[in-house]
Design a protein around this ligand. Structure first.
Ligand code: SF4
Ligand code: SF4
Length: 132
């Protein structure tokens, strides 16, 4: 009888396989709902670079390039996001939101873009040092 008890206790202590934790639970406000980015044409001449300066003259806008693809990043949160309830339109959220998962997301904020201009002054400095 004693033996059986010992066996049962051992079984209880065995570690159950754990599911990977969903990082979204710790991500408030949800980083991925705080901005959007749109691909733009690669700048090819002085006018294109000047247009990029004009874009960066606006508030809360950045530009980055990664793998030879250029993007405008608009730091403007989605109007359907709330910190306490999350996405207010979750069942009918757009496809782009459905496709985005915590398994490959910006939670750790460790993206290193090839080029990243956070504001007008950064691009102006870049153009001064790298005349186009
Ligand atoms: S997908 Fe990533 S960035 Fe978005 S809420 Fe989840 S952990 Fe945060
Ligand atoms: S629709 Fe919902 S999931 Fe998509 S960005 Fe807005 S709050 Fe986030």
């Amino acid at each position: 009888m004693r033996k059986k008890i010992a066996y049962n206790r051992k079984k209880k202590l065995e570690k159950k396989p754990t599911r990977p934790k969903n990082r979204c639970d710790d991500c408030i406000p949800a980083k991925c709902c705080m901005y959007f980015s749109v691909e733009i044409d690669e700048p090819e001449n002085r006018k294109d670079w000047d247009d990029m300066l004009w874009i960066l003259a606006h508030r809360d806008v950045q530009i980055y390039m990664n793998d030879d693809r250029w993007y405008v990043l608009v730091m403007n949160e989605c109007r359907f996001y709330t910190p306490d309830r999350g996405c207010l339109i979750y069942p009918k959220r757009p496809l782009i939101c459905r496709a985005h998962t915590w398994k490959d997301c910006e939670f750790k904020d460790d993206y290193n873009f090839d080029l990243h201009f956070h504001n007008y002054e950064e691009l102006e400095r870049y153009l001064r040092n790298n005349p186009q």
